[in-house]
Each structure stands twice: as structure tokens, then as C-alpha cells.
Ligand binder design. Structure first.
Ligand SMILES: [Zn+2]
Length: 104
């Protein structure tokens, strides 16, 4: 547990890095994916769920609060690199990536 997460603060607000495309964006343009204590991985619609988080670009036209899914391109890139497993430092089922893009 613990460990410092690398957070980049900019004058215009906090930014996070998308685990798919690697771009840094404002939090509002990203979806937070969270892995809970029970190992369940899903989109954290509140942005405050406990657990280890990772970020993916939100699909065009939807923000973190719009209830939309993640950008398909970023989900695919993340799946290719297995980025979520690396972010969460534990195995993530491949079907979670399909789930993330299906929400679109
Ligand atoms: Zn992205």
C-alpha cells in the first residue's frame, strides 16, 4: 500500500496521464478507472472511489461526468500495452478492456 503517485500540478489545474495514448490532460477530459480492494475494475464515475486509479481519455463528446465511455483508441492502446495491469500492479482480465470500450 501507499507509495507516492506522480501528480503533475499545472497552473490551470491538475492533469493526469492517459494510460492509453500517454497524453497529459485535465482530469475533466479523462475517465478514472479504479481497481477496488476486491479486485473489481471499473470506471469510477464519482472520481473518488477508493483503490488504485488509472486514467483513460473520455470518448469525444463525453466528459468524466457525462456517463460516457473511454476513447476506443486509448482503450485499444492500453490493452495492447496491458497498461492497466501495470498501473494496478496486478493482473487485469482482458475483458475489462472490452467492457471499457463497450460503454460507449
Ligand atoms: Zn488517451
Amino acid at each position: 500500500m501507499g507509495g507516492r503517485s506522480e501528480v503533475t500540478e499545472r497552473p490551470d489545474g491538475p492533469v493526469r496521464r492517459c494510460v492509453g495514448c500517454g497524453r497529459e490532460r485535465e482530469k475533466g477530459a479523462l475517465l478514472r478507472v479504479v481497481r477496488g480492494k476486491d479486485g473489481t475494475v471499473g470506471i469510477d464515475v464519482t472520481g473518488k472511489a477508493p483503490g488504485r486509479g488509472a486514467y483513460l481519455c473520455a470518448a469525444a463528446g463525453s466528459g468524466a461526468n457525462a456517463g460516457g465511455g473511454a476513447d476506443v483508441g486509448c482503450v485499444r492502446a492500453a490493452a495492447k500495452k496491458n497498461s492497466l495491469s501495470r498501473s494496478f500492479r496486478s493482473h487485469v482480465d482482458r475483458d475489462i478492456y472490452e467492457k471499457l470500450s463497450e460503454i460507449l
